[in-house]
Design a protein around this ligand. Structure first.
Ligand code: 5CA
Length: 440
């Protein structure tokens, strides 16, 4: 993308409405703009990050055998009357009446719709287990939308739903999703910790939140540093496979043996038993939440499959959420400095920025164009008529993992400067070596 002709409205001033770093940085770096309270438009740079998060979530869901579908945002109230949640859900639900006076709603979550899909089509025990997921916009009319996309009213969620024949099967699905989540967050450069949680309006009796540490988190959390030492992606000995119930059991045991709790569930006596050097405490942001709720929806909605003896079986269900749009803010909370965002390589909107420090200088222009031709959509080419200082500041603000800096002296000698945003390290290199180093 050429910055001179792109829709990247960066701000020099700190927007006064933003209370936390990620919200300020998302507005300043031109990732999003608010349309109304808690509702945001995603601009090209923010949209790229959102798509990168989606891609990792999708790859890991698919690898675990979950099947992607796309359910509607608008749902009929009828289904929520069947499950018994329509009246109780309260003011957080956006209720809509259509031209035929039918009660509709903008989905805050999809347990009812997915259970309805399932009961229409799945008839035999032989078809189970199944996990279905989608990545779709939700609406919750939060009392206090705040912190930008972290607590929005409209937000993007990955929500998955599992159907099993019995409790033992449901536990395997639950553990499989838990491992899938740990992998997903690790690929995003995040240390997410699973913590036992209340199940709230989703219901059920087994639930875990996935929490990352950041000073602006909404709850106080406590955990054993042992969680940070585990490599969830490793396939080597000691690693975990989600295709194997024994591995999943060992994994779940590991996740539930080490201490981890939010302030709601904190137990000071157990905490005191954790080795002092391994105690980690701070504010936490919830980036995912999983639930096992048995037949809470399948039973009232009459979803059954025929068992081996022809008798109906009511499937055991769970649901699994990841806050896709919240993660954009959460990652920035976990990874920024006073100059701006520091994107992890896996989520960066652009792998590299090319900074042309002397637009109009024949050597600078030629070198930048050649680099841009090589990098294509992986690069943001800063070809604006701006001072070098402004280009440096914007590149740091936007947080590209790499900056390729092209000035007239270097260009004349066939050299560029390569800067790594995370460490500040700078090297003078040939353009070929710079490209090789960033893996292009
Ligand atoms: N049906 C279940 C799981 S699929 C469910 O809705 N779970 S949830 O309510 O916990 O939401 C899942 C995730 O969505 C949360 O962990 C959080 O990361 C994200 N989320 C929830 N509310 C908001 C919000 N108002 N703004 C941004 N993200 C949110």
């Amino acid at each position: 993308m050429r910055l001179s002709h792109s829709f990247v409205p960066t701000l020099k001033e700190t927007p006064s409405e933003a209370q936390i770093a990620s919200h300020r940085l998302m507005l300043r770096a031109g990732l999003v703009r608010q349309t109304s309270a808690g509702i945001y438009a995603w601009l090209p740079v923010g949209f790229r990050v959102l798509k990168n998060i989606e891609r990792i979530v999708r790859e890991e869901q698919n690898a675990a055998g979950a099947q992607e579908i796309l359910m509607p945002t608008i749902q009929p109230a009828e289904l929520w009357r069947e499950s018994g949640r329509y009246d109780g859900y309260g003011k957080e639900m956006l209720r809509i009446v259509d031209r035929h006076d039918r009660d509709m709603l903008y989905g805050p979550t999809n347990e009812e719709v997915v259970t309805d899909l399932f009961r229409q089509s799945v008839k035999s025990y032989r078809e189970l287990p199944q996990i279905l997921y989608h990545i779709q916009w939700k609406f919750r009319d939060e009392v206090r939308p705040r912190f930008g996309v972290m607590r929005g009213r409209e937000f993007l969620m990955k929500d998955g739903y599992s159907f099993d024949l019995d409790y033992a099967g449901a536990v395997v699905s639950y553990r499989k999703m838990m491992l899938t989540y740990m992998r997903t967050f690790q690929r995003m450069g995040l240390k997410a910790i699973p913590m036992e949680a209340e199940s709230g309006p989703i219901g059920g009796d087994l639930s875990h939140e996935f929490i990352i540490l950041a000073p602006t988190g909404e709850s106080q959390v406590f955990y054993d540093a042992a969680f940070e030492e585990i490599d969830y992606l490793s396939q080597a000995a000691g690693g975990f496979s989600h295709d194997n119930a024994t591995d999943l059991e060992r994994f779940f045991k590991e996740m539930t043996t080490h201490y981890a709790a939010t302030d709601e569930k904190h137990d000071a006596t157990k905490w005191a038993q954790v080795d002092a050097g391994r105690r980690r405490e701070g504010r936490g942001i919830e980036v995912g939440h999983i639930f096992y709720f048995g037949t809470q929806y399948s039973k009232p909605m009459g979803a059954t499959v025929a068992g081996p003896d022809g008798k109906p079986i009511i499937p055991e269900m769970g649901s699994y959420g990841i806050g896709v749009s919240r993660l954009v803010g959460a990652v920035i909370e976990a990874s920024h400095d006073s100059a701006g965002i520091i994107w992890p390589d896996s989520l960066a909107p652009f792998k590299a920025a090319i900074l042309n420090l002397r637009l109009g200088d024949a050597a600078c222009d030629a070198l930048c164009e050649a680099l841009y031709a090589k990098l294509g959509s992986a690069a943001l080419y800063d070809d604006r008529e701006e001072r070098a200082g402004a280009k440096f500041a914007d590149a740091d603000l936007m947080g590209h993992p790499w900056q390729i800096i092209v000035g007239p002296r270097g260009a004349a000698a066939g050299k560029v400067e390569l800067k790594r945003r995370a460490t500040g390290e700078r090297l003078e290199l040939s353009p070929e070596d710079a490209l090789a180093r960033i893996g292009a």
